[in-house]
Structure formats: C-alpha cells, structure tokens
Ligand binder design. Structure first.
Ligand code: F6R
Length: 270
C-alpha cells in the first residue's frame, strides 16, 4: 500500500485531485468510482475548480457510486444521487447519462436483487473501474460494507450498523425517517478496481486508519481488505495518521518514492 501522510485535510484534497487529474490525462474516458460523505467534498470542490480553470474535462468520463440508501427517493435531499448532483455533477461537464448510482428506491426484495446484479453488469460492461475513490467509516467500513461483511462480497443490500446510523444522524432532521438499509458495492466489487484511492481526515478516523493499515486482514475491519490490493493509495492527514506505529517509515518511504521517480526506477511502496 502507498501511504501518504500530509499536513492538512486540504493537502489531502489537492493530492487526491492530482491523482484524479493524472488518471484523466492517461485515459480521458476513465471509469471513476465515487464516494459520498464529508471526506471527498474538498476533493470534489478542487476538481470543480480545476474544471473551471479548463485544466480538466469529464466529457468522456463514466462514473459509478459506491452506494445508495434504501427507503428514500432519489430526489430526497439526503439521497446519494442528490449529493453527487449537488457536490459535483452539476458543476462539471460529465454527461449525466454516464453517471451511475445504485438504483435502490425499489419496492421489493427481488427488485433490489435484480438492481444489484444490473449494477455489477454495468460496471463490467463499462470495462471495470479504473480509479475508485473511498472514504472510511469510524468502524472501518468502506462503502456500506459494515464490520463482518464478506471480503468477497458483491453489490447487495446491507443493514447499516448502529455506529453508521449514529454517524449519519447529523444529515437528517430529528423527526425524519433515517434509512437503515443500503444498496452497496461489495468488498469484492471494490477490490476489482484497478486503483483504490482512500482518503481519511480528522482524529475521529485515526483508530480505523490504524486498523486498516496495521491491523490483521479481517471482515471486522472491511477497509483492511485494501491490504490485498496491489494498487491502493491511502492519503491521510496528520490527525488521521496519529495512531500509526510505523508513521516515520511511511514518510521515509514516500520520500524514497519521489527520489526513485526522479531516477526513473519507479517505486517500491506497494
Ligand atoms: C460513502 C461511503 C462511506 C463513507 C464513510 C465515511 O459513499 O461509502 O463509506 O465514505 O462513511 O464518511 P465521511 O466521509 O462522512 O466520514
């Protein structure tokens, strides 16, 4: 894993935007995997800024979001479709027809199962995900793959954990229905992406970040599955890195990476 520790959350956003920009430079019609939540908002703001400065184009990009709530309509102000429209899609030149968010507002279990199968199929038909952006829950989840999720899971319905419901309470009014189910890409689906880009900022993520990087591979920490991916970049700020025991080594290794890149020898961070 490539572990990059940066001074602040805004440095994380800049660094991640550089990785996205590089991906689009290599392949204008990249397939991007996108996340919602507070963490990627600064990255999306930076991508919008670079698009407005004509440094980036999303004209040929295809996107797939990680997850969507079950039980609220797509037009609800807290649906992940609304989130993506309001935080990114409305401000860039992506073709909205090329943006995919799991279709989860469906009346029956069978309809949801079919939707999950269709989502997997659409990703495969698009050629697979080139770059998947991820956040991490304080309980170590990725997407809505809560602790105890199968590390081989595919897109499916998941029951949200109490901790996730609590963490997301802030987005809903007190008297409002808060979803407790979601349709989410599975861990296996996520691991199929060619490059994983996980962002974490703030001290409330420090324990999950340590478990992801330095803990054992375990279904109890779904993000630890990144240990099995050969091209995973974990970009974190100092606060999220606070509990890492090998912090100095990661920083040293990153400096070596820059030096090796200058000499054309490539990197050794995976
Ligand atoms: C969002 C998602 C979640 C979030 C995670 C962190 O699509 O899949 O896994 O990335 O809950 O959320 P924030 O960034 O709000 O702390």
């Amino acid at each position: 894993m490539r572990i990059v520790i940066l001074p602040s959350a805004s440095d994380v956003a800049q660094f991640a935007a550089d990785i996205v920009a590089n991906q689009l430079e290599i392949k204008a019609d990249s397939v991007l995997g996108l996340a919602t939540g507070s963490t990627p908002v600064a990255l999306y703001d930076e991508l919008i800024t670079r698009y407005q400065a004509e440094q980036l184009s999303f004209k040929e990009v295809v996107s797939f979001n990680l997850d969507e709530y079950i039980g609220i309509s797509v037009t609800h102000n807290q649906s992940y479709r609304t989130f993506m429209n309001q935080h990114l899609f409305e401000f860039i030149n992506i073709d909205i027809q090329n943006t995919h968010v799991p279709e989860a507002n469906l009346p029956t279990k069978q309809a949801l199962l079919n939707s999950a199968v269709r989502y997997e199929k659409s990703i495969a038909e698009a050629g697979g995900i080139d770059l998947q952006i991820l956040g991490i829950g304080i309980n170590g989840h990725i997407g809505f793959n809560e602790p105890s999720s199968s590390l081989a899971s595919r897109t499916r319905v998941k029951t949200l954990s109490q901790s996730t419901i609590e963490a997301n309470k802030r987005f809903f009014n007190e008297d409002e229905f808060q979803p407790y189910l979601a349709l989410t890409m599975g861990i296996g689906t996520i691991l199929d992406s060619r490059h994983l880009l996980l962002l974490a900022t703030g001290e409330n993520k420090a324990s999950a970040v340590r478990a992801m990087i330095e803990g054992p591979l375990s279904a109890m920490v779904p993000a630890s599955a990144l240990q099995q991916h050969v091209n995973a970049s974990i970009i974190i700020d100092q606060a999220a890195a606070a509990q890492l025991s090998l912090k100095k080594y990661y920083q040293w290794s990153e400096r070596q990476r820059s030096m090796l890149a200058q000499t054309g020898l490539g990197s050794t961070n995976e």
